[in-house]
Write a protein that binds this ligand. Structure first.
Ligand code: NAP
Length: 301
Protein backbone atom coordinates (compact mmCIF):
# COMPACT_ATOMS: atom_id res chain seq x y z
CA UNK A 1 0.00 0.00 0.00
CA UNK A 2 1.35 3.44 -0.81
CA UNK A 3 1.92 6.05 1.82
CA UNK A 4 -0.07 8.67 -0.10
CA UNK A 5 -3.16 6.49 0.26
CA UNK A 6 -2.81 6.47 4.00
CA UNK A 7 -2.54 10.23 4.28
CA UNK A 8 -5.87 12.06 3.97
CA UNK A 9 -4.18 15.32 3.03
CA UNK A 10 -2.97 13.75 -0.26
CA UNK A 11 -6.51 13.12 -1.54
CA UNK A 12 -6.83 14.61 -5.04
CA UNK A 13 -9.82 16.89 -5.54
CA UNK A 14 -12.93 15.63 -7.34
CA UNK A 15 -13.90 18.23 -9.93
CA UNK A 16 -15.42 16.38 -12.91
CA UNK A 17 -19.00 15.20 -12.48
CA UNK A 18 -18.97 12.47 -15.16
CA UNK A 19 -20.12 9.17 -13.63
CA UNK A 20 -17.42 6.69 -12.70
CA UNK A 21 -18.25 3.21 -14.01
CA UNK A 22 -18.24 0.43 -11.40
CA UNK A 23 -14.79 -1.04 -11.79
CA UNK A 24 -13.62 -3.05 -8.80
CA UNK A 25 -12.02 -5.82 -10.89
CA UNK A 26 -8.56 -7.01 -9.75
CA UNK A 27 -8.08 -8.90 -13.05
CA UNK A 28 -7.62 -5.50 -14.73
CA UNK A 29 -5.12 -3.98 -12.31
CA UNK A 30 -1.74 -3.42 -13.94
CA UNK A 31 -2.85 -4.70 -17.35
CA UNK A 32 -1.67 -2.64 -20.35
CA UNK A 33 -4.20 -1.53 -22.96
CA UNK A 34 -3.87 0.07 -26.38
CA UNK A 35 -6.93 2.10 -27.44
CA UNK A 36 -6.79 3.53 -30.96
CA UNK A 37 -8.55 6.83 -31.66
CA UNK A 38 -8.65 7.90 -28.00
CA UNK A 39 -8.53 11.67 -28.55
CA UNK A 40 -12.29 12.11 -28.84
CA UNK A 41 -15.70 10.50 -28.67
CA UNK A 42 -16.05 6.81 -27.98
CA UNK A 43 -12.31 6.04 -27.85
CA UNK A 44 -11.73 8.75 -25.26
CA UNK A 45 -14.51 7.35 -23.05
CA UNK A 46 -13.08 3.82 -23.38
CA UNK A 47 -9.55 4.98 -22.51
CA UNK A 48 -10.86 6.89 -19.49
CA UNK A 49 -12.97 3.95 -18.25
CA UNK A 50 -10.07 1.50 -18.53
CA UNK A 51 -7.66 3.90 -16.83
CA UNK A 52 -10.13 4.47 -13.99
CA UNK A 53 -10.34 0.68 -13.57
CA UNK A 54 -6.58 0.51 -12.89
CA UNK A 55 -5.41 -0.37 -16.42
CA UNK A 56 -2.30 1.32 -17.87
CA UNK A 57 -3.66 2.88 -21.02
CA UNK A 58 -1.92 3.93 -24.22
CA UNK A 59 -4.34 5.98 -26.30
CA UNK A 60 -3.61 7.06 -29.85
CA UNK A 61 -4.38 10.14 -31.92
CA UNK A 62 -3.24 11.15 -35.39
CA UNK A 63 -1.52 14.35 -34.17
CA UNK A 64 0.92 15.40 -31.45
CA UNK A 65 -1.68 17.82 -30.05
CA UNK A 66 -4.19 14.96 -29.88
CA UNK A 67 -1.66 12.74 -28.10
CA UNK A 68 -0.97 15.45 -25.52
CA UNK A 69 -4.69 15.89 -24.96
CA UNK A 70 -5.01 12.15 -24.30
CA UNK A 71 -2.19 12.24 -21.74
CA UNK A 72 -3.85 15.14 -19.93
CA UNK A 73 -7.33 13.55 -20.11
CA UNK A 74 -6.00 10.29 -18.67
CA UNK A 75 -4.18 12.05 -15.83
CA UNK A 76 -7.34 14.02 -14.93
CA UNK A 77 -9.52 10.91 -15.15
CA UNK A 78 -7.23 8.91 -12.89
CA UNK A 79 -7.12 11.79 -10.40
CA UNK A 80 -10.93 11.79 -10.35
CA UNK A 81 -11.00 8.07 -9.65
CA UNK A 82 -8.37 8.43 -6.95
CA UNK A 83 -10.41 11.17 -5.31
CA UNK A 84 -13.55 9.04 -5.42
CA UNK A 85 -11.91 5.90 -4.07
CA UNK A 86 -9.54 7.52 -1.62
CA UNK A 87 -11.91 7.44 1.39
CA UNK A 88 -12.81 3.79 0.71
CA UNK A 89 -9.18 2.80 0.21
CA UNK A 90 -8.32 4.53 3.45
CA UNK A 91 -10.86 2.60 5.54
CA UNK A 92 -10.49 -0.74 3.71
CA UNK A 93 -7.01 -1.19 5.23
CA UNK A 94 -5.32 -3.26 2.52
CA UNK A 95 -8.60 -4.53 1.00
CA UNK A 96 -9.93 -4.34 -2.54
CA UNK A 97 -10.25 -0.54 -2.70
CA UNK A 98 -6.65 -0.18 -1.54
CA UNK A 99 -5.62 -2.51 -4.39
CA UNK A 100 -7.51 -0.37 -6.88
CA UNK A 101 -5.96 2.78 -5.47
CA UNK A 102 -2.47 1.36 -5.89
CA UNK A 103 -3.28 0.32 -9.47
CA UNK A 104 -4.54 3.86 -10.16
CA UNK A 105 -1.27 5.32 -8.89
CA UNK A 106 0.67 3.03 -11.24
CA UNK A 107 -1.55 3.77 -14.22
CA UNK A 108 -1.29 7.50 -13.53
CA UNK A 109 2.48 7.31 -13.98
CA UNK A 110 2.38 5.13 -17.10
CA UNK A 111 -0.77 5.98 -19.08
CA UNK A 112 -0.24 8.33 -21.98
CA UNK A 113 -1.20 9.49 -25.46
CA UNK A 114 0.78 8.46 -28.55
CA UNK A 115 0.73 9.50 -32.19
CA UNK A 116 -0.43 6.86 -34.67
CA UNK A 117 -2.18 6.82 -38.02
CA UNK A 118 -3.48 3.25 -38.02
CA UNK A 119 -3.59 3.16 -41.82
CA UNK A 120 0.23 3.40 -41.87
CA UNK A 121 1.43 -0.18 -41.46
CA UNK A 122 5.11 0.61 -40.74
CA UNK A 123 4.21 3.19 -38.08
CA UNK A 124 1.84 0.69 -36.45
CA UNK A 125 4.53 -2.00 -36.46
CA UNK A 126 7.12 0.38 -34.96
CA UNK A 127 4.77 1.49 -32.19
CA UNK A 128 3.77 -2.06 -31.27
CA UNK A 129 7.42 -3.13 -31.20
CA UNK A 130 8.17 -0.31 -28.76
CA UNK A 131 5.16 -1.16 -26.56
CA UNK A 132 6.13 -4.83 -26.52
CA UNK A 133 9.70 -4.06 -25.54
CA UNK A 134 8.28 -2.13 -22.56
CA UNK A 135 5.87 -4.82 -21.33
CA UNK A 136 3.40 -5.85 -24.05
CA UNK A 137 -0.28 -5.20 -24.60
CA UNK A 138 -2.91 -7.28 -22.80
CA UNK A 139 -5.99 -5.45 -24.08
CA UNK A 140 -6.35 -4.09 -27.62
CA UNK A 141 -9.32 -1.88 -28.43
CA UNK A 142 -9.59 -1.24 -32.17
CA UNK A 143 -11.72 1.89 -32.02
CA UNK A 144 -10.26 4.36 -34.56
CA UNK A 145 -12.65 4.75 -37.44
CA UNK A 146 -13.63 7.09 -40.25
CA UNK A 147 -16.52 7.62 -42.64
CA UNK A 148 -16.29 8.66 -46.30
CA UNK A 149 -19.98 8.54 -47.21
CA UNK A 150 -21.25 8.54 -50.78
CA UNK A 151 -23.90 6.71 -52.73
CA UNK A 152 -22.40 3.59 -54.30
CA UNK A 153 -23.00 4.95 -57.83
CA UNK A 154 -20.71 7.89 -57.02
CA UNK A 155 -18.28 6.35 -54.56
CA UNK A 156 -14.67 6.96 -55.56
CA UNK A 157 -12.02 4.27 -55.30
CA UNK A 158 -10.14 6.18 -52.60
CA UNK A 159 -13.33 6.69 -50.51
CA UNK A 160 -13.78 2.92 -50.54
CA UNK A 161 -10.11 2.16 -49.89
CA UNK A 162 -9.52 4.67 -47.06
CA UNK A 163 -12.43 3.28 -45.06
CA UNK A 164 -11.39 -0.34 -45.65
CA UNK A 165 -7.76 0.47 -44.73
CA UNK A 166 -8.59 2.37 -41.52
CA UNK A 167 -11.66 0.51 -40.26
CA UNK A 168 -10.74 -3.06 -41.24
CA UNK A 169 -7.19 -3.77 -42.46
CA UNK A 170 -5.60 -1.75 -39.64
CA UNK A 171 -7.58 -3.72 -37.05
CA UNK A 172 -6.26 -6.98 -38.48
CA UNK A 173 -2.67 -5.71 -38.48
CA UNK A 174 -2.84 -4.51 -34.87
CA UNK A 175 -4.53 -7.75 -33.76
CA UNK A 176 -1.79 -9.73 -35.46
CA UNK A 177 0.88 -7.65 -33.71
CA UNK A 178 -0.50 -8.20 -30.20
CA UNK A 179 -1.49 -11.85 -30.43
CA UNK A 180 1.99 -13.35 -30.00
CA UNK A 181 2.48 -11.58 -26.67
CA UNK A 182 -1.07 -12.47 -25.58
CA UNK A 183 -0.49 -16.13 -26.48
CA UNK A 184 2.62 -16.22 -24.31
CA UNK A 185 0.67 -14.62 -21.45
CA UNK A 186 -2.23 -17.04 -21.99
CA UNK A 187 -4.50 -14.05 -21.49
CA UNK A 188 -5.72 -11.36 -23.83
CA UNK A 189 -8.65 -9.25 -24.91
CA UNK A 190 -9.20 -7.94 -28.42
CA UNK A 191 -12.25 -5.69 -28.63
CA UNK A 192 -13.29 -4.27 -31.98
CA UNK A 193 -15.69 -1.34 -32.27
CA UNK A 194 -18.03 -2.11 -35.15
CA UNK A 195 -21.42 -0.52 -35.83
CA UNK A 196 -25.12 -1.23 -36.08
CA UNK A 197 -24.66 -0.23 -39.73
CA UNK A 198 -22.59 -3.40 -40.27
CA UNK A 199 -25.79 -5.34 -39.48
CA UNK A 200 -28.48 -3.18 -41.05
CA UNK A 201 -26.65 -1.45 -43.93
CA UNK A 202 -27.16 2.26 -44.56
CA UNK A 203 -27.53 4.18 -47.84
CA UNK A 204 -24.31 6.04 -48.64
CA UNK A 205 -22.19 3.80 -46.43
CA UNK A 206 -21.37 0.72 -48.55
CA UNK A 207 -17.68 1.14 -47.64
CA UNK A 208 -18.33 1.65 -43.92
CA UNK A 209 -20.91 -1.17 -43.64
CA UNK A 210 -18.57 -3.55 -45.50
CA UNK A 211 -15.66 -2.71 -43.19
CA UNK A 212 -17.73 -3.11 -40.00
CA UNK A 213 -19.38 -6.37 -41.13
CA UNK A 214 -15.92 -7.61 -42.16
CA UNK A 215 -14.55 -6.74 -38.73
CA UNK A 216 -17.29 -8.81 -37.07
CA UNK A 217 -16.44 -11.80 -39.29
CA UNK A 218 -12.72 -11.38 -38.63
CA UNK A 219 -13.41 -11.28 -34.87
CA UNK A 220 -15.29 -14.60 -34.97
CA UNK A 221 -12.42 -16.24 -36.90
CA UNK A 222 -9.81 -14.91 -34.44
CA UNK A 223 -11.97 -15.98 -31.49
CA UNK A 224 -11.80 -19.55 -32.80
CA UNK A 225 -8.03 -19.35 -33.43
CA UNK A 226 -7.08 -17.81 -30.08
CA UNK A 227 -9.61 -19.23 -27.62
CA UNK A 228 -7.38 -22.08 -26.45
CA UNK A 229 -4.96 -19.48 -25.06
CA UNK A 230 -7.71 -17.68 -23.12
CA UNK A 231 -7.69 -14.75 -25.53
CA UNK A 232 -11.18 -13.46 -26.20
CA UNK A 233 -12.08 -11.53 -29.34
CA UNK A 234 -15.34 -9.61 -29.38
CA UNK A 235 -17.07 -6.66 -30.97
CA UNK A 236 -19.09 -3.84 -29.51
CA UNK A 237 -21.53 -2.52 -32.10
CA UNK A 238 -22.72 0.98 -31.21
CA UNK A 239 -25.94 2.45 -32.52
CA UNK A 240 -26.03 6.23 -32.94
CA UNK A 241 -23.78 7.84 -30.33
CA UNK A 242 -23.29 11.54 -29.52
CA UNK A 243 -19.79 12.21 -30.95
CA UNK A 244 -18.14 14.27 -33.69
CA UNK A 245 -19.12 11.50 -36.12
CA UNK A 246 -22.85 12.19 -35.60
CA UNK A 247 -22.56 16.00 -35.32
CA UNK A 248 -23.51 16.33 -38.98
CA UNK A 249 -27.04 15.01 -38.30
CA UNK A 250 -29.72 17.69 -38.70
CA UNK A 251 -32.33 18.23 -35.97
CA UNK A 252 -34.88 16.56 -38.23
CA UNK A 253 -32.67 13.49 -38.80
CA UNK A 254 -31.98 13.34 -35.07
CA UNK A 255 -35.66 13.37 -34.09
CA UNK A 256 -36.50 10.80 -36.81
CA UNK A 257 -33.74 8.59 -35.46
CA UNK A 258 -34.97 8.91 -31.89
CA UNK A 259 -38.39 7.67 -32.96
CA UNK A 260 -36.75 4.43 -34.14
CA UNK A 261 -34.89 3.91 -30.87
CA UNK A 262 -36.94 2.23 -28.12
CA UNK A 263 -34.86 3.99 -25.44
CA UNK A 264 -35.61 7.30 -27.25
CA UNK A 265 -32.16 8.87 -27.10
CA UNK A 266 -28.83 8.72 -28.87
CA UNK A 267 -26.23 6.82 -26.87
CA UNK A 268 -23.34 8.42 -24.99
CA UNK A 269 -19.69 7.38 -25.37
CA UNK A 270 -19.84 6.13 -21.78
CA UNK A 271 -22.56 3.63 -22.79
CA UNK A 272 -20.04 2.05 -25.17
CA UNK A 273 -17.18 2.25 -22.66
CA UNK A 274 -19.28 0.28 -20.16
CA UNK A 275 -19.68 -2.56 -22.67
CA UNK A 276 -15.92 -2.57 -23.38
CA UNK A 277 -15.16 -2.67 -19.66
CA UNK A 278 -17.46 -5.68 -19.27
CA UNK A 279 -15.69 -7.56 -22.09
CA UNK A 280 -12.20 -6.58 -20.88
CA UNK A 281 -12.68 -7.68 -17.29
CA UNK A 282 -13.47 -10.87 -15.41
CA UNK A 283 -17.21 -10.47 -16.07
CA UNK A 284 -16.64 -11.08 -19.79
CA UNK A 285 -14.13 -13.92 -19.42
CA UNK A 286 -16.44 -16.55 -20.97
CA UNK A 287 -17.66 -14.39 -23.85
CA UNK A 288 -15.87 -14.68 -27.19
CA UNK A 289 -16.76 -14.29 -30.86
CA UNK A 290 -19.70 -12.15 -29.79
CA UNK A 291 -21.02 -8.81 -31.05
CA UNK A 292 -22.55 -6.84 -28.24
CA UNK A 293 -25.21 -4.51 -29.69
CA UNK A 294 -25.32 -1.24 -27.74
CA UNK A 295 -27.92 0.73 -29.64
CA UNK A 296 -30.88 1.54 -27.39
CA UNK A 297 -32.87 -1.22 -29.09
CA UNK A 298 -32.89 0.29 -32.60
CA UNK A 299 -31.68 -3.05 -34.00
CA UNK A 300 -32.35 -6.37 -32.29
CA UNK A 301 -30.61 -9.51 -33.47
P1 NAP B 1 -14.83 10.35 -33.75
O1 NAP B 1 -15.44 11.17 -32.67
O2 NAP B 1 -14.89 10.84 -35.16
O3 NAP B 1 -13.30 10.04 -33.35
C1 NAP B 1 -12.53 9.26 -34.20
C2 NAP B 1 -11.25 8.88 -33.53
O4 NAP B 1 -10.50 8.05 -34.43
C3 NAP B 1 -10.38 10.08 -33.21
O5 NAP B 1 -9.68 9.83 -32.02
C4 NAP B 1 -9.42 10.12 -34.39
O6 NAP B 1 -8.16 10.70 -34.09
C5 NAP B 1 -9.24 8.66 -34.66
N1 NAP B 1 -8.78 8.38 -36.02
C6 NAP B 1 -9.36 8.74 -37.19
N2 NAP B 1 -8.63 8.29 -38.23
C7 NAP B 1 -7.55 7.66 -37.70
C8 NAP B 1 -6.42 7.02 -38.23
N3 NAP B 1 -6.21 6.92 -39.56
N4 NAP B 1 -5.50 6.50 -37.39
C9 NAP B 1 -5.67 6.59 -36.06
N5 NAP B 1 -6.73 7.19 -35.47
C10 NAP B 1 -7.65 7.73 -36.30
O7 NAP B 1 -15.46 8.88 -33.80
P2 NAP B 1 -16.44 8.13 -32.79
O8 NAP B 1 -17.83 8.52 -33.11
O9 NAP B 1 -15.93 8.25 -31.41
O10 NAP B 1 -16.27 6.63 -33.32
C11 NAP B 1 -15.35 5.73 -32.74
C12 NAP B 1 -15.61 4.34 -33.33
O11 NAP B 1 -16.97 3.99 -33.11
C13 NAP B 1 -15.40 4.27 -34.84
O12 NAP B 1 -14.84 3.03 -35.18
C14 NAP B 1 -16.79 4.37 -35.39
O13 NAP B 1 -16.92 3.77 -36.64
C15 NAP B 1 -17.59 3.64 -34.33
N6 NAP B 1 -19.00 4.00 -34.28
C16 NAP B 1 -19.40 5.25 -33.98
C17 NAP B 1 -20.77 5.54 -33.95
C18 NAP B 1 -21.30 6.90 -33.61
O14 NAP B 1 -22.53 7.08 -33.68
N7 NAP B 1 -20.50 7.86 -33.23
C19 NAP B 1 -21.69 4.54 -34.24
C20 NAP B 1 -21.23 3.27 -34.55
C21 NAP B 1 -19.88 3.01 -34.56
P3 NAP B 1 -7.87 12.28 -34.35
O15 NAP B 1 -8.56 13.02 -33.23
O16 NAP B 1 -6.40 12.38 -34.29
O17 NAP B 1 -8.45 12.61 -35.69
Amino acid sequence: MTTSMQDDTDAPSLSDKRPLLPTLDPSLWGKRALVTGASRGIGQAIAVALAQAGVRVFGTATSEAGAQLISQTLRDAIDRAKAAFHPLAHVSNGGAFAGLYDALEQSSEQSLGLVLDVSQSQASEDLLEKLHSEGGIHILVNNAGITRDNLAMRMKADEWQQVIDTNLSACFRLSQSVMRFMMKQRWGRIINITSVVGETGNPGQANYAAAKAGLAGMSRALARELGSRQITVNCVAPGFIETDMTLALSEQQRSQLQQQIPLQRLGSPTDIAAAVLFLAGQSGAYVTGESLQVNGGMFMD
